[in-house]
Design a protein around this ligand. Structure first.
Ligand code: G3P
Length: 218
């Protein structure tokens, strides 16, 4: 399973990339706004820091504007994945941008029907938002299971399922059990994956017993 980091905080991205756990990055207009930086500058810096796909989202809502913005974002770096919303114009732009050689991440996916359309539009990635479905009382992982099942029926589908809007480690584990290709993780969730109190307790006990030996390995 590929891990992407869901942030535009370059310092966080660099710190997590140093752990060898980062295969790509996703951003969105809200994350860019939170960074307080110009999108071209922050995306260029992220692309230089992480060789994998870096999602940068258009903000135009109609086809022509999406195409102009998508071409601009794609030109920032070879590893830019242009993000478009799962709308009629977004999928039209997806097909056209993929036809021009761009990677495209179709975002704001909330149904299996939408995911089928994203695959038909030739999306590189489709981003179903599990946390936001959970937030409204629907089980986001049910959507992931549906998409995995549907895409598995058609080997010709090249679209990767990029599980997004992840709120906690269980979302990641459940997505992995289902065989989703990618999970995009907020830095806090990625860091939480490492933690278990029994690991801490066991390590402390090992080191306490080791200290009693008076030895040092080197
Ligand atoms: O960036 C896409 C997605 O992961 C954002 O989800 O619900 O945390 O804003 P959310």
């Amino acid at each position: 399973m590929k891990f992407f980091v869901d942030t535009a905080d370059v310092a966080e991205i660099r710190a997590l990339a140093a752990l060898g756990m980062v295969d790509g990055v996703t951003t969105n207009p809200s994350l860019i706004a939170k960074s307080g930086r110009k999108i071209a500058d922050v995306i260029a810096e992220i692309c230089a820091a992480v060789p994998g796909p870096v999602s940068a989202e258009v903000t135009a809502t109609e086809f022509d504007g999406m195409m102009k913005e998508g071409r601009y974002l794609k030109a920032i770096a070879p590893n830019v994945a242009v993000k478009v919303p799962l709308t009629v114009d977004g999928l039209r732009a997806c097909k056209a941008l993929v036809g021009e050689g761009a990677m495209v991440n179709v975002t704001l996916c909330f149904s299996a029907a939408q995911a089928i359309l994203a695959a038909k539009a030739g999306a590189t990635f489709v981003s179903p938002f599990v946390g936001r479905l959970d937030d409204v009382g629907q089980d986001g992982m049910v959507l992931i299971a549906e998409i995995v099942e549907i895409y598995g029926n058609y080997p010709a589908i090249g679209t990767e399922i990029l599980v997004a809007s992840i709120r906690h480690p269980i979302h990641l584990v459940e997505a992995a059990k289902l065989g989703a290709h990618v999970a995009t993780l907020p830095p806090s969730v990625l860091r939480a994956l490492f933690n278990h109190p029994l690991t801490d307790k066991g390590l402390a006990a090992f080191l306490a017993d080791w200290a009693k030996t008076g030895q040092s390995i080197l």
